[in-house]
Design a protein around this ligand. Sequence first.
Ligand code: S3P
Length: 427
Amino acid sequence: MTRFAPAARLRGELRPPPDKSISHRAAILAAMGEGETRVEGYLDSADTRSTLAAVAAVGAEVAIAAGEAGLEARIGGVGLRGPRPAEIDVGNAGTLLRILPGWLAGQGAGEWVLDGDDSIRRRPVDRIAVPLRAMGAAVECREARLPPLRVTGSALTGTEHRLAVASAQVKSCLLLAGLLAEGETTVIEPSPSRDHSERMLAAAGARLHRADTAVTIEPASELRLGEVAVPGDFSSAAFWIVAATLAGDSEVRLRGVNLNETRTGLLPILERMGAAVEAEPGGTSGGEPAGDVVARHGPLRSTLVRGEEVPRAIDELPLVGLAACFAEGDTRVVDAAELRHKESDRIAATVGVLNALGGDAEELEDGFVVRGTGGLRGGAIDSGGDHRVAMLGAIAGLASREGAEVRGMEAAAVSYPGFERDLAGLL
Ligand code: S3P
């Protein structure tokens, strides 16, 4: 059990860890590429270490050293058609599990098996298996939808895919498959999800065309990434943004954060709730907009989150639920059934955490309702092994009247190994 006592204030500035989504993509595209790629500020976390191990397993040469922020990774690519057959342990990394098979499925021969921890074995992969099969891929999963996932390299044909739910993981998987297919591959989403893959693929020389929520990729003979500098992770910064908003007399500056609008949906939500949050754009890093975010304590009112806003804030919706406990009125988050398929069922987990700490929250099939009661009492919660639930509990404890005990805090290392050290710096 780790205890998080009520914080009178959080003050200061910090650089959140490098972005997890961009780190995964940098390792995968580097492995697919020609020559060496240097990734500056590769996230040093359990999930992104799994990706380095995975690309090494298919033959990429991986060398890492401690960098200024995160790791400096040098990855020697095997080329688009060069991965060797392997059994791959994805650990807890759903993004790795869902993106990598796109590349492997289009190899003319070879077999790969992807498996992971208990949480991974509950996460659906039919969302990639079904559209990959429509391109001609040979993909098998357990009980038709769960890992382990067995991919046998085949010849693929470019196809148009209409996704029922916006998903950057599925979109990215299909775009990688499209590089190896015959003819063009198009992915159409109901609303835009994070576009890190599109940006990085274009930087590596892939030809893609984007129109509204559709992206089309042409087959390629090679990719070359060269250098990538990974900006700070907005989803990690989000914990401090919400902590500063809720805990008395706080002001926190998050430096060097990725400000890609497909990721920062939390900011307009908090602004609507009346929070004092400001983004200060400051150039680009690795083809992505980056800058500072400043958050100050202030009163909140309730809001409604739905539709297009959901994919842009998907990993931050539990934090919206936490903020809603402190707001005046009832906050509803809907159209977010996807939350049930994250590292845990994050609708059940969010409602469970908030109620265990004295909140008044209720599950909906596709989201939750939180009745603002002006604050939280505190208490004890269990992360259930989900990194974002562990950190949600910690931030809730800081903002509560009595503090919170979090069981399973070590799960935070999946995306944010220095979380407790960074907290100490702000206290
Ligand atoms: C991610 C996409 C999102 C997100 C996950 C990371 C990515 O999942 O929840 O944490 O890096 O592509 P979906 O694409 O399934 O919505």
